[in-house]
Write a protein that binds this ligand. Structure first.
Ligand code: P6P
Length: 283
């Protein structure tokens, strides 16, 4: 696994350089979800594919930016599912964006995730790595090298509320939940970038990030393999919870297709309990 983590560190430095120096315009292609691709999306995807293609423990790559599975080494143990530049459209307004990596062993489903990582490209390059039975580890880059900062632990109750999705398309129960937290004094922290928004909650003591099913996106917007499951792993390892709209652990998801999405809620225990109450979830 260290080889994979070391490769992610190298990739992070290269993608950060691309963000700061390359064209922020649109390419003439779409990704598998029918979204227009930025040149940065394509470039970031290329940087990651090139970095992993010669690593023999990597069996395959699955990218949010491409259809299907890219087979690499038959004898490899790990399939890496990644979003090369999540929230990339925020780069041209100088907001933070990120890369997300889920490392799976065997069938591509939540219970087979063995590690995950994400990179935040902001005022500084920051990295979080997570493996089983350990707290997530937070690193910060300086002069091209990543220095360990601390382990990450979520408080039982936080103060940040990151409500995603188009509010006019929320269910009444979700609006009641979100408004209830604000009535308790929670602070709105939502940039439209999943990586910095979830990173902020992890580092600022807790709260909740929600991207529910909506009338326009009943299965939510965020992808299970590349975004939802990797962050669910990190939130659970930090002492929080990560569930869907039925109260199921996101780590139990079994995507039918690599680009399947899921309603998702990541947070501290108090806020997730409040969500379950609002949604009428008993367990
Ligand atoms: P909305 C970015 O496009 C993204 O995939 C995530 O990074 C982010 O959390 C979400 O979409 C934002 O979606 O509908 O709230 O603008």
């Amino acid at each position: 696994m260290q080889t994979i983590f070391d490769t992610i560190k190298k990739v992070a430095i290269k993608i950060d350089h691309a963000i700061k120096t390359e064209d922020l315009g649109y390419s003439d292609s779409e990704n598998s979800s029918g979204e227009d691709q930025l040149k940065l999306d394509v470039k970031s995807d290329y940087i990651i594919e090139e970095a992993f293609q010669d690593i023999s423990i990597v069996k395959a790559l699955v990218s949010e930016e491409k259809e299907g599975i890219l087979a690499l080494h038959e004898e490899g143990n790990y399939t890496i599912c990644y979003d090369p530049l999540d929230g990339s459209s925020l780069a041209d307004v100088n907001l933070s964006v990120g890369s997300i990596f889920g490392i799976y062993e065997g069938e591509l489903k939540g219970e087979n995730l063995v590690a995950s990582a994400y990179v935040v490209y902001g005022p500084r390059i920051e990295l979080v790595l997570a493996v089983k039975d350990e707290k997530p580890q937070h690193y910060r880059a300086q002069d091209g090298l990543f220095n360990f900062i601390s382990e990450i632990t979520l408080d039982e109750k936080g103060k940040l509320n990151a409500p995603g999705g188009t509010q006019q398309n929320w269910a009444d129960s979700h609006k009641t939940f979100v408004d209830g937290l604000f009535a308790e004094g929670y602070r709105l922290r939502y940039s439209g970038g999943m990586v910095p928004d979830l990173h902020q909650i992890l580092l600022k003591g807790g709260g909740i990030f929600s991207y529910p099913g909506t009338t326009d996106k009943p299965n939510g917007k965020l992808r299970q393999l590349f975004e939802v499951i990797p962050f669910a792993f990190i939130y659970e390892q930090a002492g929080g919870q990560a569930i869907n709209n039925k109260g199921m652990r996101l780590m139990e998801l079994v995507p039918a297709h690599p680009h399947d999405t899921s309603p998702c809620f990541f947070g501290s225990n108090y806020e997730v309990a409040a969500l379950k109450t609002a949604y009428g979830i008993k367990n």
